[in-house]
Design a protein around this ligand. Structure first.
Ligand code: SF4
Ligand code: MG
Length: 332
């Protein structure tokens, strides 16, 4: 089956000036050769430290930002070759739910206008039909018609995020990009919103690209996991499998940092300690970009970039020289 969304070798380089005294321009490799697919009705989680390229990846995939190179296939259609009305129609099938529920809702607009605005794409712009549809959307997310003419600040953070979700649903999207969508909420409210997203997925057949720095949240939501480091995917695979048995040293480090997490690879937990800061994205390390922090780095790591290799047996992928000669096991 065609995945609802597939990105192939997506690249975004931003030009930067290195300094004022003519030391020349460089590039920030914000996203550097990212590939993944989201099957219909499934959730792909994107994890990694801030600045690893997660949000940029989402913005490239729905073309809020133009990629430097690569391919985006939405429901089999080449999104980057699409223009005009066709592009608008395709993009209306991809929506975003952002981190800050208040910041992403216009404080001067009523719920009716906020949720109803995207309906104009479908020509449902006025009258009873619009009122009926907005009311239906509000009920879908656990609000009601009584909320139609209230303003965002009259709602709690969790309710405001429900408004953001109702707005995202207005165009009947196939894919929703959730970029830290529950990070700003209290833990108890987080659970309610996550369960709402899960229910909507079941009922509407939605697919999610789910970005979060909180690994417990991602673990709860994602069927598949992509781990990013400095603009690249370093590990990818079935979410439960990756959590149970992380292969890449960076994934091991991330999981070891979860409070109370006890990975099967206990040795890795002891050894995968962060060494140093994340390098500057405008001057990534040679070879494996993780080598400056990797507890297992050896000579080859500074000279040669490891390729992301997929094991045909398990579908799992990791980019690490230590994993080159075997499809099973990892550094331990
Ligand atoms: Fe560590 Fe080398 Fe593997 Fe990179 S390639 S993760 S530096 S062992
Ligand atoms: Mg981000």
């Amino acid at each position: 089956e065609t995945p609802i969304l597939e990105v192939r070798d997506l690249v975004k380089h931003y030009p930067v000036r290195r300094g004022a005294f003519g030391r020349g321009a460089g590039v920030v490799r914000a996203v550097d050769g990212v590939s993944f697919r989201i099957p219909r009705g499934r959730t792909v989680g994107l994890v990694g430290e801030s600045g690893s390229g997660k949000s940029t990846t989402a913005r490239l995939a729905n073309r809020l930002v133009e990629p430097t190179s690569g391919q985006v296939l939405f429901d089999g259609a080449d999104l980057l070759a699409t223009r005009g009305r066709e592009l608008k129609a395709l993009r209306s099938r991809m929506q975003m739910v952002f981190q800050d529920p208040y910041g992403s809702l216009n404080p001067r607009m009523t719920v009716f206008d906020i949720v109803g605005e995207p309906l104009e794409v479908h020509g449902v712009s006025r009258g009873r039909a619009r009122t009926a549809r907005v009311t239906e959307l509000l009920e879908t997310v656990g609000l009601s018609g009584r909320d139609l003419y209230r303003f965002p600040h009259q709602f709690s953070g969790g309710q405001a995020q429900r408004i953001g979700i109702a707005r995202a649903l207005a165009t009947n999207p196939d894919v929703i990009f959730c970029d830290e969508s529950v990070s700003a909420l209290d833990v108890s409210v987080q659970a309610q919103i996550l369960n709402l997203l899960k229910r909507l997925q079941r009922e509407l057949g939605l697919s999610y690209l789910f970005i979060a720095h909180d690994l417990n949240v991602v673990r709860y939501m994602a069927d598949e996991l992509c781990v990013m480091y400095m603009g690249e995917i370093v590990e990818r695979g079935d979410s439960d499998a990756v959590f149970a048995d992380p292969r890449h040293p960076y994934t091991q480090l991330l999981l070891a940092a979860i409070p109370g997490h006890d990975p099967a690879t206990a040795k890795a937990k002891d050894r995968a300690v962060a060494r140093g800061e994340v390098p500057s994205p405008s001057a990534p390390p040679s070879g494996c970009r993780f080598h400056t922090r990797c507890p297992f780095a050896f000579e080859r790591c500074t000279a040669e970039a490891p390729r992301l290799r997929t094991s045909p047996a398990t579908g799992r992928a990791a980019a690490c020289h230590l994993l080159d000669d075997t499809s099973e096991g990892g550094p331990s």
